[in-house]
Design a protein around this ligand. Structure first.
Ligand code: PMP
Length: 285
């Protein structure tokens, strides 16, 4: 695999980052994941815009222009022959040459930019979309700025492990009795035809797929309510689902061992998945 490090395209064994990189020592970095379908980037502009926001919120300089970012994404997709899969991008505050809590001067310490691809044949035709996934609930013990897409993914990773240990596929975080989101996706329920999902705030990541799906749902005259919901409400809903760049729209059929609706993927999630895949492919670049 050919990967990108600070402007260079290298075989992955030759790509290196310093032990003093703040991403490694302090999880001082942000990331984006853009999916690739038919060799094209899905929602690239949305991901680039959120990246700029994440960097700004952390007082990090933008070390690469929008044009260069897009060119590098395309170059990696081409060089690695990716038809279906993803491009991972990470920007850290760089290597100040030592460990220090004080942010280094961006003039002398440029950010570290890393990109790589993951090939995932069959991503769009995922069998999980036909069966749905099972989730467990766990307390949301992440930091309070979940709207910034930082590389601090230890707690979500622990949540995923807890889900697998419980025989489920993923975990939903719960805070103050309300569902925030999944370990790596936004959470939704459907009741009486209405799509319900938590409103945007610093409590959740502002999903790029979430924005697109809600836009397409509104265009299709579907009813949407952006508000918090409890786990009990989710378990009693007609349908549940999650969205993310790589899962697209994924039905949730069980929550903490309780079947949602009939315990099979529902029509609203199915329709939204179809619309999302069709529309996002049309605007892929
Ligand atoms: N919430 C969290 C916590 C996530 O990690 C992700 C995926 N990165 C999402 C939501 C979904 O965001 P997107 O649709 O932009 O992939």
């Amino acid at each position: 695999r050919i990967v990108y490090v600070n402007g260079d395209y290298l075989p992955e064994e030759e790509a290196k980052v310093s032990v003093f990189d703040r991403g490694f020592l302090m999880a001082d970095g942000v990331y984006e994941v853009t999916s690739v379908l038919g060799g094209k980037l899905i929602d690239f502009d949305g991901h680039a815009a959120r990246l700029a926001r994440s960097l700004a919120e952390l007082d990090m300089a933008q070390p690469i222009s929008h044009e260069d970012l897009l060119a590098a994404h395309r170059e990696l997709v081409a060089r690695n022959g990716i038809e279906e899969g993803l491009v991972y991008l990470q920007i850290t505050r760089g290597n100040p040459g030592d460990r220090d809590f004080v942010f280094p001067d961006p003039e002398t310490t440029p950010g570290t930019v890393v990109m790589f691809t993951q090939s995932k044949p069959g991503l769009a035709a995922s069998p999980a979309a036909k069966t749905g996934i099972k989730v467990i609930s766990i307390p949301d013990q992440r930091w309070a700025r979940r709207d910034i897409k930082t590389v601090q993914l230890l707690y979500p990773s622990m949540g995923k492990m807890a889900a697998l240990a419980a025989g489920a596929d993923d975990a939903w975080f719960v805070e103050d009795g309300k569902v925030t989101e999944g370990t790596s996706n936004n959470a939704y329920i459907v009741k009486d035809g209405k799509i319900i999902t938590r409103e945007r705030s610093s409590d959740i990541l502002h999903g790029i797929t979430r924005a697109a799906v809600l836009r397409y749902a509104a265009e299709a005259q579907m009813e949407i309510e952006e508000r918090r919901f409890t786990l009990e409400e989710a378990q009693a809903a007609d349908e549940a689902f999650v969205t993310s760049a790589t899962a697209f729209v994924m039905p949730v059929v069980e929550i903490d061992g309780v079947k949602v609706g009939a315990g099979t993927p529902g029509p609203v999630a199915g329709r939204l998945r179809e619309i999302y895949l069709e529309e996002s492919l049309k605007s892929a670049i």
